[in-house]
Design a protein around this ligand. Sequence first.
Ligand SMILES: [Zn+2]
Ligand SMILES: [Zn+2]
Length: 262
Amino acid sequence: MFFVPLYSGSSGNCSLVCSDSGTRILVDAGLSATTIKNALLKCRISPESISAIVITHEHSDHIKGAGILSKQLDIPIYANAAAWEKMQGVRDRIRDKNIRVFETNKDFFISDIGVFPFPIPHDTADPVGFSFFADGRKLSVATDIGHTTQEIEDILAGSDMLLIESNHDEHMVQTGRYPVYLQKRILGNNGHLSNTACGRLLVKLHEAGVNRAILGHLSQENNTEELALQTVASILRSADITETNMQLRIAHRDRICGMFEV
Ligand SMILES: [Zn+2]
Ligand SMILES: [Zn+2]
């Protein structure tokens, strides 16, 4: 299996999961269809070879280009019923046969890739993260998480690779220029995961067999790539976890950060 974070952040999210036999799934499509197609071409992946799109939740930074991509490429979009309720604009645009409904907490297959959607705390109807299983490997994608739970830790355990949210520095949010209601939303239980919370989660996940993580969904306003890396790495170091024991990378907001063999 391999994994390509194409874009990650509040300006748009889209990543690519591929099995060795050629099944290609986009996780979210939160940028314009043209932008996503160009990013795929940069990775030498033909947009026509994409098998499906799976949707985590209905915020526009996750669904913006989904409808047009589905229409242009004639590919299915998988989302849960609550998300479909809120995605009327996408629904109206695409063929009925491409509207696929999954149930949260119930796994399904897209060709040879097993997909497990699990609930995450975030301020939409029924938001999910995903674990993907193919070629004997496990890859998990978990962003837009207000806080972590034992359930999430259990699901992410044993992932061979993880895209995990490291959204903000709490101090930057509190002293930044965002209005109070927005600060409360970001820092709240159903908002986004801070660098510190991400670091603490990775300490626990390291014990559960995870040793490669890509930090994603970084806030442009309340974080920097250096700060996210430094904060997470220092929390890991204080738990005696070195860089060789937990490989960290950053998923950029505006460009491809690499192709990772899982
Ligand atoms: Zn988001
Ligand atoms: Zn969101």
